[in-house]
Structure formats: C-alpha cells, structure tokens
Design a protein around this ligand. Structure first.
Ligand code: ZN
Length: 458
C-alpha cells in the first residue's frame, strides 16, 4: 500500500512520538554499533560510522537534544550492546541462535518498559483529549510537559498497574488499554525480529562474498550511505524508518482507544435506549483518502456486538437515521485493501485522524475548519428525527400490519391496497396526485409479501 505520512496536530502526541522515536533510533544504532564491534571494528570507528546519517543529520547530537528536552519526563537509559565476538568463519546456525538470544535479552531490557510507558501515556493522553474537548478547552498546542504538570501534578504513571491503582478505570477502559498495549507489544517484537533478520542477512551476504569481518561491519553502515533511496530493506536506516511507521501508527491507535473508552458505557446503553447513542465525526488526516472521509458521522458501539465482519449498523440490527457506520474501540484496517477500508482511526499507517464527539442537535462538522463546532445561528439542517422512544404494547400492536378490509392493510399510520400488476402503474399515478388514498402495493412485488402476508398471519 502507498504510504501516507501524516503528522499529529496535537502537540503532546507529536512529542510522545518524538521521544519514543529518538530513544528507539538511538537503541537501534547502538545495536548496529555493538554488532560492528563484535565483528572486529574498533568502538571508535563503529560509533563514528553510526553517528553520521546519510545526508544532513548528525545523529548523536540530535538524540542528545531530544533526551535533554524530555529529561524531566523520561529517564530511560541505553546501555552498551556488546555481544560476544562474531567469528565469521564459524557462524553456524547455533551461533546465530546464541547471538539472537543475546540481542533478544538486550531488546527486552530496553524496550519492554518504554513500550508500556508509551501505551499508558498515549492512552491517558487520549482520555485528556476527550476531557479537553468536553470542557471546550484548547488543547492542540499543549506540550506533554504542560499536560503532565496541569493534569497529573507532574507525576504521570508509566505502567499499567499504577494506572489501575491510581485511577478509577471502568472495565471497558482497562480492556481498551490492555488491547492497545498488546498491539504495541506485538509490533515491538516484530521490529526486534526484523533487526535480527537484517543483521544476519547482511553478515551472511558478506561471508558469501568473501569479505573480511571489518568490511562486513562497515557494510552494515556504509550500505546505508550508498542507499540514499533506502531500497535495501536490511540496513540500519531502514530499520529506523520502519520503526517510525510503527510508533506513529501505534500511538494514534492507543490515543484513539483513550478517546473512545470513556464513552463505551453509554454506547452499550444506547442499544436499549437510542437516546444515548454516541456519535462522532471523523476529523484530521491529511491524505486524499482521509480528506474524502472528513466529517463522516459514525456511532460508537460496544466491541462485543461488532463481531460479524461488518461496519454496518443495520447489519448489526441497529437502525439509526443519522448514520449506518459503526465504530468500536480497536476497529482497524489491518489486512484490508484501500478500496475496502473501513472508517476508523487510524485507518492506515502513519494516520493521525481522530474521532471527535459530536452532539448532532447542537453541533456540526465544519469542513472549513475541519472541526466539530457549535451551531451559531438558527439550525440550517436538523437531522431527520425518528421516534426512538420505547414503544408500549399498544404502540407495538399498532405498528404491526393489520387487515382492515378487502385488499386493505393498515400498518402504523399508513393504509395499503393490494393491486394486480396490470393496474399498479395507474393506481400509483393516482395516489401520487392524492396521497390520502391507500398506497398501492403490487401483488407480485416484494412489498406485498412483507405487508399483506404478514398482516394475514396476525
Ligand atoms: Zn490519511
């Protein structure tokens, strides 16, 4: 699929990603440096090679700036990666397994806790976004630091246990956070596997080409330099770029889970009481696909009823006059082609679109600003009103079709007349001129079965 890069328009989300990326980039660099040293490069040379990104960026200085910027929030440290010497003459599958086990351990030590931290912060950030929107507070330009100071008195939890201890999370919220974290953990493991594969492939290639260990080591980096278009999928830079896609997409997903989770109880209640239906408008996202979906109205449903492989409310048995599109926490397009995309956030890699709650009576989506806004003047359009109220027994009876004469059935407030196919068009024309007449129903059409045969059963 084509990649649509988008950037979050909420500052605290951009910053979360900025830190996570910097940390992971530095970690991936350290892994390649350690591999180079294991292959025989001097530490000095290995670092020198890793520091210089093709083109402009001085990696080390870049990382330092970001780590300094966030040092009051994050204290993650990256230790040296120093695997046992890689002897290229003796790289048996067993030795590779050993190398990989060492890398796995290093990875887990450095990545597990920050992944959980990001899941927690991303989720809490989503909850705050919901909070800010509810209170009509400006939030898009708030920094991560400000949010933590203002909303968490400077101390924001960084693991899931602490979140549950400190905050009164509903079960649905716990489930949403757990699921979002599982998805992050899965993608983090996938990245680990890609890095292992990339190192082994590069080194094996060097061995096959009869290169010396030092040459292979420098290939790990120099290939990067020769690979300005990043076509080699096994370079350090490709690994770092892949990571950027993961962090961006996963942070959007966990943020969105945090946005929607507080509404899940209402969404569940709305199945019995449609007055509680919770609507959202899809906002943000800068790619063509997202632009074409801007302002789409959707309704939140509990995940438990969205199991049938459909996003249609109707197909879930919910008839809603305002929209037929259901969303639920964790809805995604994984494995779906673009033409089959569902309306969800994120809908594609790098997607930063989000759902904004909307009260259809008092608010509207303004395509000019791309935001949900209060209606200022008298309402220009009011969504079609349907009677949602619970019907009593009598009303239910009244709604059922009932035979009231020869070829006549009443259903609700309408009266229908069964007519032969030959006279249907004439009767229809007559009815169009005078709609007080019974509504003609063609005896050979599908409506006939639905209305007249149903009425005879009563
Ligand atoms: Zn998009």
């Amino acid at each position: 699929m084509e990649e649509f890069r988008e950037e979050h328009d909420i500052k605290y989300m951009r910053e979360l990603q900025e830190y996570w990326d910097a940390y992971m980039y530095a970690l991936i660099s350290e892994i390649y440096v350690g591999t180079g040293i294991a292959l025989g490069l001097s530490a000095g040379n290995a670092y020198k090679l890793a520091k210089n990104k093709p083109g402009e960026l001085q990696k080390a200085g870049f990382f330092k700036g970001i780590f300094d910027k966030f040092k009051s929030i994050f204290s993650n440290k990256i230790s040296w990666f120093r695997p046992k010497r890689i002897n290229i003459d003796k790289m048996t599958p067993e030795r590779w397994d050993k190398f990989n086990r060492g890398l796995d351990k290093y990875w887990r030590n450095h990545v597990d806790s920050i992944s959980e931290d990001m899941a927690v912060k991303g989720f809490l950030a989503g909850r705050e976004t919901t909070n800010f929107i509810k209170k009509k507070k400006p939030y898009k330009n708030k920094s991560l630091y400000q949010v933590i100071e203002d909303q968490y008195q400077g101390k924001i939890p960084k693991n899931i246990d602490n979140v549950y201890k400190k905050y009164d999370f509903k079960n649905s919220e716990k489930k949403a956070l757990n699921n979002a974290f599982s998805s992050i953990a899965m993608n983090v493991t996938k990245t680990n596997n890609e890095i292992k594969e990339s190192i082994r492939k590069q080194v094996q290639q060097g061995i096959d080409d009869n290169k010396s260990a030092t040459m292979i080591a420098s290939d790990l980096y120099w290939n990067v330099e020769k690979d300005e278009k990043l076509v080699n999928k096994y370079t350090a830079e490709t690994m770092r770029r892949n990571w950027n896609r993961v962090s961006s997409t996963e942070l959007s997903a966990v943020h969105e889970a945090g946005v929607l989770a507080p509404y899940e109880a209402e969404a569940a209640e709305s199945l019995r009481n449609p007055d509680k239906a919770k609507y959202f408008a899809r906002v943000g996202g800068t790619c063509k696909w997202c632009q074409s979906k801007a302002g789409t109205i959707v309704r939140l449903v509990p995940k438990s009823i969205a199991l049938g492989g459909t996003e249609s409310l109707k197909e879930m048995g919910i008839h809603d006059p305002n929209t037929d599109i259901a969303i639920w926490i964790g809805k995604n397009n994984v494995g779906r082609k673009q033409v089959e995309f569902w309306i969800c956030c994120p809908a594609h890699p790098y997607n930063v679109a989000t759902f904004n709650p909307i009260d259809l009576k008092t608010e509207f989506y303004n395509p000019k600003t791309g935001d949900v806004e209060r209606r200022q003047e008298r309402k220009k359009f009011v969504p079609k009103k349907l009677d949602y109220s619970q019907r009593n027994k009598e009303e239910k009876e009244y709604a059922k079709p009932a035979v009231i004469g020869d070829n006549l059935v009443r259903m609700g407030s309408n009266v229908y007349e069964a007519v032969d196919p030959g006279e249907y068009n004439t009767k229809l024309e007559r009815w169009k001129r005078d709609t007080m007449l019974p509504i003609p129903v063609n005896r050979s059409g599908p409506q006939y079965i639905r209305i007249f045969e149903e009425a005879r059963k009563q």
